[in-house]
Design a protein. Structure first.
Length: 645
């Protein structure tokens, strides 16, 4: 039997476990990268593990999220990250060098490799024919300390592409929006999506990367494209042809699932508020007035995408009532645009050109006005993420966005009477790595500098055998980590300070959460009840650490999103699943629940009986942990586990 790309890459990195879906497997990792918002915790955790130098071939610490710098805190974080990178043997990508995923694709991603990143959009690298997976910070820290990556082998779903996009009006963004419409934000859970078929050759590397980037919104572990002549051409243009290897599935490779998509049938699409899978063709909602347009982010800020935007804006003016913000994805893209006079075209049209950072995508500036409509070429439109709770955020391609900025309303770019030129990848990129500081060989004597806002990582006590705790909150389906631990300009600067950031847990859902959790902590702690796909979205482990700091003991849900589940376990919080969905309906906020003989049940992998002390009945929950997770949770999480083993 032939092998698919996932099986080939996994086999080449195999440490243990049969590579069969559902099995616990361990893999060797080639590259690990962090970004500043999750990176400070990661490097503090790495330091706490007590290893003096990273034990992976490549580690990179990026700064791209927390760049508003309204006070000292973010700049202190940046200096901490720079000195930690120097001390522990990582590259440091200075603020201004760009968004981690775009820069990594340009400068480090390589076919056939395995990369981890402390950010959910790490799968961007899949466009290069590599396995790139988003993980929590502690997972990344232990891998940098020499441990393998331990995961449950996902199913491999093949998306067989045929045909050609109607370029330039239809883009890769429309492809992934089409798949989100079909598969939803849960459709990729437990799966790796492998693209194949004759349509692959009609997509460039950066188009492939847009698709794999936003595969995160499907809930997929990652997505991967083959590495072919197009990949070689891109790497050559980046001066990295030596990094190329061919990666392709054998003709008789098997897949757990296969779906087909004819690129020729894809139309300009839009995700409506407040979920990336609430997708319809743009034409269906044409005519709605638009107040703000944002173009860029790690999803859509490659050079060809930005050049297309500049060509649309050239000689035209942004609608009077629209504010257009553009954040180019990397210094390389930005510098090339500037040297070709293309930023001048953007500025001339009325665009507000921002620095190369995440910016409005994570609510770091650019918040829309109250009740306003913002259309973005970004990947997430969860309620409140923009910084304005009652804003309406739509997601569309950079081409559609640029056209809408000019027209001031939602419109299919094919209907706008604007004729577009097709823009291709350049033969050579401008290579100037002067904001990428390489590691040094001898780092003895390097001091890691920690500003006053940088506090130690809190660690949980070992698992309690008897848990009696209060239901602090009951949520619906698809709760995001943005709901649990908001980001944005007010909260992001506290990412290195868990006591301070814990004041904001569930802020946008229930302002009393933190106070109630603190009160419940002295009476035995708290429990959260959730629906399906609990914890979807970002990789931020703060969504586990801060609730843990507030005394959270367990989360009981219908199902979990992958990274958040791992983060809960890594910080010693029990991830429990209702064995019968009907029990979700009976339990209410404020109920006191008791779990007895917890350690024994966890060790033996038995279901737990939960007693609802307030209402006087019992129900069952499943403890679906693998052997390592069991040991780890009993010890209080991955940090105590790693230090003691
Ligand atoms: C996001 O897009 O939500 C973020 C901000 O990049 C997060 C990481 C974080 O919260 O720092 C992600 O995607 O993992
Ligand atoms: Fe940054 Fe947005 Fe990409 Fe997250 S999704 S890495 S916030 S640009």
């Amino acid at each position: 039997m032939g092998k698919n790309i996932v099986q080939k890459i996994f086999a080449a990195h195999h440490v243990n476990g049969d590579l069969v879906a559902g099995n616990h497997i361990a893999l060797k990792v080639d590259q690990v990268y962090t970004q500043d918002a999750t990176g400070t915790m990661t490097w503090l955790e790495f330091e706490a593990i007590g290893i003096d130098r990273v034990r992976v071939p490549l580690a990179v610490s990026y700064v791209d999220h927390s760049m508003l710098q309204a006070n000292f805190m973010s700049a202190d974080d940046h200096l901490f990250l720079q000195t930690a990178a120097r001390k522990f043997g990582a590259y440091f990508s200075k603020p201004g060098n760009g968004i981690c995923h775009q820069v990594h694709l340009e400068r480090f991603a390589a076919p056939g490799k395995i990369a981890l990143g402390t950010d959910s959009h790490t799968p961007t690298g899949g466009g290069m024919g590599m396995i790139a997976i988003g993980v929590g910070g502690l997972e990344a820290a232990t891998v940098m300390a020499g441990a393998p990556l331990e995961i449950t082998m996902p199913k491999v779903m093949k998306v067989r592409l045929t045909g050609k996009l109607q370029k330039p009006y239809v883009t890769a963004m429309d492809v992934i929006l089409t798949l989100l419409r079909k598969l939803t934000v849960k459709g990729g859970v437990g799966r790796i999506i492998e693209y194949g078929g004759p349509g692959v050759k009609n997509l460039t590397v950066t188009e492939r990367a847009t698709i794999t980037n936003m595969g995160a919104e499907l809930g997929a572990t990652t997505s991967v494209f083959p590495s072919d002549g197009i990949t070689l051409a891109y790497l050559t243009a980046q001066g990295r042809e030596a990094d190329w290897v061919e990666m392709k599935a054998d003709t008789d490779a098997a897949y757990e699932e296969v779906i087909d998509l004819d690129l020729g049938t894809v139309e300009p699409m839009v995700a409506q508020p407040h979920s990336p899978d609430n997708v319809v063709p743009l034409r269906e909602i044409a005519g709605k007035r638009v107040n703000q347009v944002c173009i860029g982010s790690c999803t859509n800020s490659s050079y060809p995408a930005m050049k297309t935007v500049a060509a649309i804006l050239k000689g035209r003016t942004v609608a009077a009532w629209v504010s257009l913000l553009i954040n180019p994805g990397s210094k390389q893209v930005y510098e090339m645009l500037a040297r070709e006079g293309l930023t001048a075209e953007m500025i001339s049209s009325g665009a507000r050109v921002l620095e190369s950072s995440c910016g409005p995508c994570i609510g770091m500036g650019g918040a829309p006005g109250s009740g306003q409509v913002s259309v973005r070429s970004y990947n997430r439109n969860f309620q409140g993420r923009s910084g304005t709770k009652d804003a309406f955020v739509y997601l569309a391609s950079p081409v559609s966005c640029a056209v809408m900025a000019l027209k001031g309303e939602i419109i299919d770019p094919r209907d706008a009477g604007i004729s577009l030129k097709r823009i291709t990848e350049p033969k050579t990129f401008r290579i100037n790595d002067n904001l990428l500081i390489p590691p040094i060989a001898d780092s003895r004597g390097v001091e890691v500098v920690k500003g006053p806002n940088i506090k130690d990582v809190p660690v949980k006590e070992p698992l309690r055998n008897e848990i009696e705790a209060e239901v602090l909150l009951k949520t619906g389906d698809n709760i995001t980590t943005d709901d649990i631990m908001p980001a944005g300009s007010k909260v992001l600067p506290f990412r290195s300070n868990i006591p301070a950031i814990s004041e904001f847990v569930f802020e946008n859902i229930d302002k009393t959460f933190t106070r109630r959790a603190q009160e419940a902590k002295v009476r035995g702690g708290g429990i959260i009840i959730g629906g399906e796909n609990y914890g979807q979205g970002s990789s931020r482990e703060h969504a586990a650490i801060a609730p843990m700091y507030l005394g959270l003991q367990a989360v009981i849900v219908k199902s979990f999103a992958r990274i958040h589940r791992a983060n809960l376990i890594n910080f010693g919080i029990l991830p429990l699943v209702f064995t019968s969905g009907a029990d979700y309906g009976r339990v209410e906020q404020g109920d006191r629940l008791a779990l007895r003989n917890v350690v024994v049940a966890v060790r033996e992998g038995r279901n737990l009986t939960v007693e609802n002390l307030t209402k006087g009945y019992t129900f069952e929950v499943a403890v679906t942990l693998n052997d390592r997770e069991r040991e780890l949770i009993v010890k209080g999480g991955l940090l105590p586990y790693t230090k003691n083993s």
